[in-house]
Design a protein around this ligand. Sequence first.
Ligand SMILES: [Zn+2]
Ligand SMILES: [Zn+2]
Length: 347
Amino acid sequence: MSRRMQAAMYYGIGDVRYEETDIPEIGPGELLIKVGTALTCGTDVKTYKRGHPLLIKHTPALFGHEYAGIIEAVGDGVRNFSAGMRVVATNSAPCGTCFYCKRDMPNLCPSLKDSLVNGAFAEYIRVPEPVVQWNTHPIPDTLSFRDAALTEPLACVVHGIEESNIALGDTAVVIGAGPIGQMMIMLAKKSGASTVITSDLSPLRREIAIKAGADIAIDPTKDDPVTRVKEETDGRGADVVIEAVGLPQLWEQAIDMTRDAGTTVLFGGAASGTKFEVDTVRFHYGQLTLKGVFHLKPKHVEQALELIIAGDVDPNLLISHDMPLKNINQALEMMSKGETMKVAISP
Ligand SMILES: [Zn+2]
Ligand SMILES: [Zn+2]
């Protein structure tokens, strides 16, 4: 007889149910983690609202991917971990031996994209062997599960900031001040940007952005963001612009507000089948650099955890609500309306 647990199950767009299901079985090299805290993520909201090409392949599916907790059981052959340890783990790992892994692009490893972990909105989560090997880390007793669970999204942000090549004294723009945008703002400042500008429709998010270190928070219903950024930069445009929403029209806006020879980081994942346009003259004669940045590498996970332990990001600006697992629908609805930042979910 298998043991049972409560979990959020994804049945389809807008249909997530809180119900009883089997506790996952673990195999050799794997861990079973008793989830301490899971966090809602913009990706979960997008999955809830429109599905997700990589995350959900069949339904019903376990759901949620940002978590920290206590090891409940270890599979055969696991050496570095034992039951009772407090850990944070991510939702993916590379293989370490493929074409992309060998070229320092483990985030593009095909087996990573094929094996994304879901199931953090549950009492227990199974951690596959590659994730145990690459992206599972013990956490200090002084670090809460709630703060530790920021490791995965922050690691993605560390990756985005690394690719942006922000230099001392730069003006950086972050389009979208959701949790990812807020972390971008915090790390852009840490990376030496002297002026950080953000743009977001939500008054709550603009207010938090200023606390997170933004110098200017544009309300796009009142001010045209491109015009405003150019005004702030002697008409040139910003040195670095990071799009952290995932809408094609905002990708275009990001390019329009980047200065010649500047860098535009297209970080927000857009819906399948969408396209964006770039002016060829501007692209060539303006020597633009456009970078798509996806996910994280194992080193970014280590960097992110160090930043969290050191207090270099403020979790209280990023996590605005605490809710029990049974309220998962409410949490996703509120987050999608911009009424919350991340919600900490307790099983
Ligand atoms: Zn996430
Ligand atoms: Zn690989």
